[in-house]
Design a protein around this ligand. Structure first.
Ligand SMILES: *[C@@H]1O[C@H](CO)[C@@H](O)[C@H](O)[C@H]1NC(C)=O
Ligand SMILES: *[C@@H]1O[C@H](CO)[C@@H](O)[C@H](O)[C@H]1NC(C)=O
Ligand SMILES: *[C@@H]1O[C@H](CO)[C@@H](O)[C@H](O)[C@H]1NC(C)=O
Ligand SMILES: *[C@@H]1O[C@H](CO)[C@@H](O)[C@H](O)[C@H]1NC(C)=O
Length: 99
């Protein structure tokens, strides 16, 4: 019994981990968890990621960059973004590599 539960738990963790990272998603946030920071002086996506990783409290879980604006969110991309290719904003989870 215990063994079965551990296996199931590990599987759930793995599934969650595999679907948790979303990089380069064009779209708009749903508005439920608005950005906690909007910085219009950040000019590049790597600089935006840098600002994100510099935040500890609130923890920055994802960021969006577009139109010379950097937005930081304390939730991950999954569930917070409505994908739309016509958006000027591109969303990344904080662990994404950006160039
Ligand atoms: C996030 O990534 C998962 C797994 O690749 C995918 O199913 C999901 O549609 C993505 N979500 C967004 C908002 O892009
Ligand atoms: C997350 O950010 C929102 C603003 O978008 C804020 O109201 C909320 O308190 C923050 N949550 C945490 C855990 O920092
Ligand atoms: C925007 O980011 C720049 C560079 O990190 C920083 O110097 C500035 O204080 C930030 N402004 C706001 C409003 O967060
Ligand atoms: C956005 O563009 C990508 C690549 O061109 C395409 O695979 C995807 O289906 C498009 N998504 C939407 C919602 O139009």
């Amino acid at each position: 019994m215990i063994h079965v539960k551990k296996t199931l738990f590990a599987f759930m963790l793995f599934s969650w981990g595999a679907s948790a990272v979303n990089c380069s998603v064009k779209g708009y946030d749903t508005g439920v968890h608005p950005a906690f920071i909007a910085n219009k002086t950040i000019a590049t996506a790597p600089a935006c990621k840098g600002l994100c990783t510099s935040y500890v409290a609130p923890k920055c879980d994802s960021f969006a960059f577009g139109g010379g604006e950097c937005l930081l969110y304390n939730v991950t991309v999954a569930g917070n973004v409505n994908p739309s290719n016509s958006s000027t904003f591109t969303f990344y989870d904080s662990s994404c590599t950006v160039s």
